[in-house]
Write a protein that binds this ligand. Structure first.
Ligand code: FES
Length: 304
């Protein structure tokens, strides 16, 4: 470990020695962490990383040495007292308390917070995300289908949605993010970004549609549809013989015109209220099919 001196450290560990029975797991470890600083403990299996963190979290008692946090000694304190001081151990692998409900797990996660109203609101926000999947299988190959469910409910997918979905499906957040951002259909909104307009019209601008007037649609549709509808370019939708082609939500509009797109996109006619067969120019596209890659992806991410 480091013995680099830190001016006025928030956490100061000095000469820490911890053992299990007759086996010493840590011997004379010292380190300091300043406020806002990130310090990593690196080492092979058995080096004592977990023992160190468990000792700092109060789950193990040191044999000797001191641990000071924010000016006070915390060595030998139990985990409940250490957590109340502001130190929490977050184990890898998304461990939760399996016998507790989602609500109870969320409540425990905020146990040291005193802003009870805000905590309740935060917990509620997370709870709203879980019922989306309901009793549906959490199998990995349903990831795209579940992304559609979130996108349909909220109109976009936020970083918090992706984190909740990854936790629900027990997948790495990076994998869920990679799949969500691969497809043009999913609007992934990063923290601090403004969510898109409630309705999105995607206009295919690939060759056949470009020759059939996609550029004119891209220019005119924003004026025809107004600010509540976002108009964006999209790659080929596989209906080139019906060019120009647009998609409004899950509804594909063949031989699109300003009027036919407006009929579906206009807020009083919600796309999901339409049914296949009611208009020959409209093709109903099931959610799992109505997604296509963003332009120039390297390759499709594996989802099964
Ligand atoms: S070129 Fe537009 S659907 Fe194929």
């Amino acid at each position: 470990m480091t013995d680099r001196p830190v001016a006025d450290p928030l956490l100061a560990v000095d000469g820490l020695t911890v053992g299990y029975g007759s086996v010493l797991a840590l011997r004379d470890v010292s380190l300091e962490v300043a406020s806002g600083e990130i310090v990593a403990a690196l080492g092979p299996n058995g080096a004592g990383k977990t023992t160190l963190l468990r000792t700092l979290a109060g789950a193990l008692k040191p044999r000797s040495g001191s641990v000071r946090f924010d000016g006070s000694s915390i060595a030998g304190m139990g985990p409940e007292a250490v957590v109340r001081r502001g130190i929490a151990l977050i184990p890898e692998g998304r461990h939760v308390f399996p016998k507790l409900t989602v609500q109870e797990n969320l409540t425990i996660g905020g146990i040291t917070r005193s802003d009870r109203e805000e905590l309740r609101a935060d917990a509620q926000r997370w709870l709203e995300r879980f019922p989306i999947l309901g009793e549906r299988s959490r199998q990995r190959d349903l990831l795209i289908e579940h992304l559609h469910l979130i996108r349909d409910k909220f109109g976009y997918i936020s970083g918090a949605h992706l984190a909740a979905l990854a936790a629900e499906m027990r997948l790495a957040q990076a994998e869920v993010y990679e799949v969500a951002t691969f497809y043009a259909h999913f609007d992934v909104v990063k923290e601090g970004e403004t969510p898109p307009a409630p309705v999105t019209v995607r206009v295919c601008d690939s060759l056949s549609c470009a020759m059939a007037g996609a550029d004119r649609l891209l220019k005119d549709l924003p004026k025809t549809l107004g600010p509540d509808v976002r108009v964006v370019r999209a790659p080929c939708m596989g209906a080139c013989d019906h060019a120009p082609v647009c998609a409004v939500g899950h509804v594909q509009v063949n031989k699109a015109t300003d009027e036919s797109v407006k009929k579906i996109a206009y807020p009083t006619t919600h796309a999901h209220a339409l049914h296949p067969g009611t208009d020959s120019s409209i093709t109903w596209r099931p959610a799992a099919i109505a997604c296509w890659p963003r332009p120039s992806p390297a390759s499709a991410p594996a989802t099964s």
